[in-house]
Design a protein. Structure first.
Ligand SMILES: Cc1cc2nc3c(=O)[nH]c(=O)nc-3n(C[C@H](O)[C@H](O)[C@H](O)COP(=O)(O)OP(=O)(O)OC[C@H]3O[C@@H](n4cnc5c(N)ncnc54)[C@H](O)[C@@H]3O)c2cc1C
Ligand code: SF4
Lengths: 326, 709
């Protein structure tokens, strides 16, 4: 990696003075499981790295009217929290599916939401693709079996986070801190498509950080689940995943959110799939229709058509599983 | 002819005992190549070409040379300035720290003239493809075709004929310890700490490369983290390290980075196989024809061993190596065999289906090996072959199960090893043998054989191996190590025993031939009336240890291995995921020296076979001609959760002596899995690896459940 200046402030107040408004000049460090890789591969070359771990108040899970999770809470803590497992099942399951025990012990929630894409062209320093300021995206003509089938263009990354689809399905809010002080952004508005923002994956300004994520208390009758498909069980990102939260009223679905992971440049909330089920009963037929709808927007590249079949089947599987919980 | 004791007389050999250096390995005490760091050592690093085909026009090291901590930069690594694969070394630096070395490499400016490339099999085989070597075609016939009988007549006489095209992928060795060396000049002598499968071959090769005498080269490999064939030959990195060290006047460590290891340190060639097989109604195979291609990158040796194990009267098989702009292949656990097995065993199953015959019966019908004939039956019973679905794909529900099988084979024995043994007056015994332990447990069996022969405990033996200054032994490849080393150690031990027997006979007043060494004691004769302890007889040596030399002798080992495997899989037809639930591996092993390490070899081979069947795949980017997945995130290898239940059946035939076990059990795994997948879903997967995208594509092109007929 290149040399950089290292800072370890102990309060948020120090951040505005340290963080630059210019992207990639300064970077924050949490667990480092992603940032260190990027530094070593020289994909990013910041002048300053600011460690957040010494800042008080950014860690921990507080249950109350809903739940608030500090940005520096580890993925392992989220996966193990009894309250989350009980009431926010989709999140606990998503956390449990991330990477390996070592990485879950080091990686944090804030870092998981802000991790950079895994597209192999992006990660290889010899490929100067669009996302890195180059002139073309390599994916369409190149090797694209893991790339996006929905929402792609001009970059076809998929968002790698497992926690993000779960949080979005739970209607979470991201709390931030920047030069203007604190702010809150609903998860539905946190991520940005490449067409709107090519060089970053979310709306955070370079000099802002995530301080916490809060989730409203689920309505009575809520069931949720996260199903992730990966090529192998030991350490793998999602090829496709489904976060589903159903608010049931008797046997009817009063409201729901279905968010897909691993298939689009952002966690993909499938409103068309939700529309197929809202107000209806869960039956083989409604589930089939919702699953079809979830992939109706898909436009595969040359090697990832299978992800359509896969995602359709996963949506159906998740909904069948939740239906069986009734 | 020499003979092993009978099993019932053995107290160590043929039992299960842990490897001697296991504790050192798991506690981190074991010293691997990169752990050897003498004072003043520098860190070497290679600059490699990012382009698959190019000419180096200029190398500017001025900025790198100015970097504090940089000692030497070499810019003459390429012969003739031609780059033929991405990852080919171009320049090398030695610096005070690994970080400075990496920075220095980054500061070297190389001007390349980029050239058109063909980085994978298909593009290299195309009409008008860029040539990898300007003076040669890309497609070259490997050797004369294999011909036997009359193929046309054979097919004409066949009742059923099947033909199909199969593909297997390039697999990289992916040794946990990357390739590398630490070298140190001491005067005219060069000391090389190397992660190698052949301390002697490195000595010879390196001496030649550097133009010095092998007598000046001392190669040492105490422990190593995997080789699988890729570390049999002297490494280019060792030669570069030696030059850096010479110029710097300091020791130099040069380990390849993981990415360099993927690109330049060897692989198993891929294959494209167009095969045809004919059989009579009764199942006897009558004709085979096949054309195969495969790429060993810029190297040679992609041959697919067809028609695999099958003895067929009429055969025509031709093979072509195809040059590509990619790193050269190297020997990889049973070269040429897993490719052949994957295709041929599926073809046999297709014949069986057409004949409405059980695939196992078809194998038995054509089996010519007496050992394997017994093994088929054992394996079938262990897996519960009668549970195999009569109609493929007939399970209800999305997850469908199936059973499949495949055979294995291996040829070489091993010979040529020499050893010395010194018995010290305090009773300790040192064995020196220039073999090396590549993780298979060689060190442990060296000690165990000596202990068994001398009738003393393992703790009395100091097995010294892994040095080219020790008596000659060959490279650890071709599953030859145990059959080559074990007889030599036994022979050496016998010679030591003979010397001690003379001393004992003088002491007891008995005949030397009658002396018995057993349970840490030396007995006068069968009557066991008079005896002394091992320590007592060794004390009689006073100040003069005895040293004897021994060598490989006939009769204690043999060649030729047969085996078979059965797999049970569960295929999730909604996701395309294949889960291998169980593998029964029947391994032909002659005399088992250590049941634990033998089983461990079979386990490892099956795991590597599962990984080959389902996950591993070197992917070449068509745009840049580089390997896109040169990391352990995207070059997928079976992890702990992918490992099936493995039932190892050691089919021992002690009367055959020691045979090699390392390679054969990796051969049939992918075939057994592929046949099981067909049995589960009724759709054949003819390409490796059998990844979910391929399973889904295959399934959704056809109805999931086959029509019953
Ligand atoms: C081998 C491997 C496998 C993985 N598998 C999975 C997987 O299956 N599923 C999955 O979801 N993830 C996976 N990951 C990603 C992993 O979960 C993330 O690396 C981790 O969660 C990031 O957390 P961190 O604290 O280590 O982040 P860091 O590496 O410290 O930071 C990551 C990025 O986020 C920024 N950042 C960190 N914290 C904040 C903050 N509070 N505010 C603003 N920006 C911030 C950093 O500047 C950096 O750009 C995997 C990673 C690896 C290396
Ligand atoms: S998908 Fe995005 S990251 Fe990948 S090559 Fe295209 S632009 Fe680069």
């Amino acid at each position: 990696m290149e040399n950089f200046e290292y800072f370890a402030p102990d309060s948020l107040d120090a951040l505005p003075g340290l963080l630059s408004r210019k992207r990639e000049r300064t970077m924050v460090l949490a667990g480092g499981t992603d940032l260190l890789d990027m530094l070593k591969e020289r994909i990013v070359k910041p002048e300053k790295v600011i460690n957040l771990k010494g800042i008080a108040g950014l860690k921990g899970i507080q249950h109350g009217e809903g739940v608030r999770i500090g940005a520096l809470t580890t993925i392992a803590e989220i996966a193990a929290d009894a309250g989350l497992k009980r009431e926010y099942t989709v999140l606990a399951q998503a956390a449990r599916s991330i990477a390996t025990p070592q990485l879950r012990n080091m990686g944090t929630l804030g870092g998981n939401l802000c991790q950079r894409p895994r597209c192999w062209y992006f990660r290889g320093r010899e490929y100067v693709c669009l996302k890195k300021g180059g002139s073309k995206c390599f994916a369409p003509e190149g090797l694209n079996k893991y790339n996006a089938i929905i929402g792609g263009g001009p970059s076809f990354i998929v968002h790698p986070s497992d926690s993000a689809p779960a949080l979005q399905a739970l209607q979470a809010t991201v709390h931030t801190f920047g030069p203007q002080g604190e702010d809150s952004i609903p998860m539905d508005e946190f991520f940005e498509l490449p067409i709107d923002n090519l060089r970053a994956e979310n709306v955070l300004e370079p000099n802002e950080i995530i301080t916490a994520v809060s989730i409203p208390k689920p309505a009575p009758g809520t069931r949720s689940a996260y199903i992730k498909f990966r090529e192998k069980q030991s350490l793998d990102f999602a090829i496709s995943s489904v976060a589903a939260v159903l608010e049931m009223e008797g046997s009817r679905v009063r409201d729901l959110r279905i968010v897909l992971g691993g298939v689009a440049p952002i966690p993909w909330r499938s409103q068309v799939a939700e529309d197929e089920l809202r107000g209806k009963k869960l039956s083989d037929e409604t589930i089939r229709r919702a699953a079809e709808a979830a992939v109706s927007e898909a436009q595969p590249l040359s090697q990832n058509r299978y992800k359509i079949t896969l995602t359709r089947n996963l949506v159906a599987r998740t909904l069948h599983q939740l239906a069986a919980q009734g | 002819m020499a003979k092993w004791k009978s099993l019932k007389d053995m107290s160590i050999l043929s039992t299960a005992y842990p490897r001697l250096d296991g504790m050192d390995k798991v506690t981190g005490r074991a010293q691997y190549t990169s752990d050897v760091r003498p004072a003043g050592m520098l860190y070497g690093r290679l600059l490699t070409s990012p382009y698959p085909a190019a000419k180096v026009v200029d190398i500017d090291v001025s900025r790198a040379a100015k970097l504090a901590g940089v000692h030497v930069i070499l810019t003459n690594l390429l012969e003739g300035k031609a780059v033929r694969y991405a990852g080919q070394p171009v320049a090398a630096v030695a610096a005070d720290t690994p970080e400075i070395a990496a920075d220095a490499v980054d500061l070297i400016r190389v001007k390349y003239e980029k050239l058109p490339f063909a980085a994978d099999l298909d593009s290299a085989m195309q009409e008008g493809a860029p040539r990898v070597f300007s003076d040669r075609e890309n497609i070259v016939a490997a050797r004369r075709p294999t011909q036997k009988g009359d193929v046309d007549a054979g097919f004409a006489a066949a009742d059923v004929v099947v033909d199909a095209t199969f593909r297997t992928q390039v697999q990289t060795h992916s040794c946990l310890e990357t390739h590398g060396s630490m070298v140190e000049w001491k005067g005219e002598d060069l000391y090389v700490y190397d992660s190698t499968q052949g301390v002697h071959s490195v000595r010879e090769g390196l001496a030649k490369n550097l133009g010095i005498s092998p007598a000046q080269v001392h190669v040492i490999c105490e422990h190593m983290g995997g080789g699988f064939g890729s570390k049999l030959q002297p490494g280019f990195y060792t030669a570069h390290a030696a030059r850096l060290a010479k110029k710097a006047g300091r020791p130099v460590q040069l380990m390849l980075t993981r990415k360099q290891d993927f690109l330049s340190a060897g692989n198993r060639p891929d294959s494209l196989q167009k095969l045809k097989l004919g059989a009579k109604k009764d199942g006897s195979l009558v004709a085979f024809s096949g054309t195969t291609w495969g790429t060993a990158g810029i190297g040679r040796g992609a041959r697919v061993r067809q028609p695999f194990i099958y003895e067929i009267p009429n055969v025509y098989a031709e093979h072509h190596d195809v040059y590509t702009n990619a790193g050269a292949a190297r020997a990889f656990r049973a070269p040429g065999c897993p490719q052949a097995s994957f295709a041929m065993e599926q073809l046999l199953d297709e014949v069986a289906e057409k004949l409405n015959m059980d695939p196992l019966d078809l194998r038995l019908k054509n089996e010519t090996n007496a050992t394997r004939r017994k093994e088929w039956k054992i394996g079938a019973e262990k897996i519960g072959w009668q549970r195999r679905r009569k109609t493929p794909g007939s399970d209800s529900g999305p997850v469908k199960r199936g059973l499949g099988l495949g055979a294995s084979i291996w040829w070489p024995g091993g010979r040529g090893t020499r050893a010395t043994m010194t018995v010290f007056p305090d009773g300790k015994v040192e064995v020196r043998c220039g073999t090396q332990d590549i993780g298979t447990g060689t060190r442990t069996i060296v000690a165990a054989i000596a202990a068994e022969e001398l009738g003393i405990g393992l703790e009395m033996i100091r097995p010294l191996i892994g040095q080219s200054d020790f008596p000659y032994s060959g490279g650890s490849g071709g599953s030859t190590t145990a059959p080559s080393v074990a007889p030599a150690i036994k022979n050496t031990s016998e010679k030591a025993k003979a010397k001690l027997a003379e001393i004992a006979s003088g002491f007891f007043g008995a005949s030397p031939e009658d002396i018995i060494f057993e349970n840490g004691r030396v007995y006068m004769d069968k009557s066991r009336k008079k005896s002394m302890s091992w320590q007592e007889i060794c004390q009689l040596l006073e100040t003069q240890p005895i040293t004897v030399h021994g060598e490989w002798v006939e009769g204690l080992s043999s060649a030729g291995v047969a085996g078979c495997q059965f797999a049970e899989v569960a295929v999730d037809t909604e996701t395309g995921a294949i889960r291998v639930e169980k593998v029964v591996a029947v391994a032909d092993c002659g005399l088992v020296l250590d049941r634990l390490t033998t089983e461990s070899q079979v386990n490892g081979a099956v795991i590597q076979g599962v990984s080959y069947a389902l996950y591993e795949n070197r992917l070449m980017d068509p745009i840049t001609g580089t390997m896109i997945n040169a990391d352990f995130e995207n070059y997928k290898i079976a992890g702990a959760l992918e490992v099936p239940e493995i039932e190892v059946v050691l089919f021992d035939e002690p009367e055959r002596g020691v045979i090699g076990i390392g390679e054969p059990p990796t051969i049939p795994t992918s075939a057994a899995i592929a046949n099981a997948v067909y049995n589960a879903i009724g759709v054949r997967l003819r390409s490796l690896p059998m990844t979910p995208d391929r399973v889904l594509d295959a399934l959704y092109a056809q109805p999931v459940t086959r029509k019953e007929d």
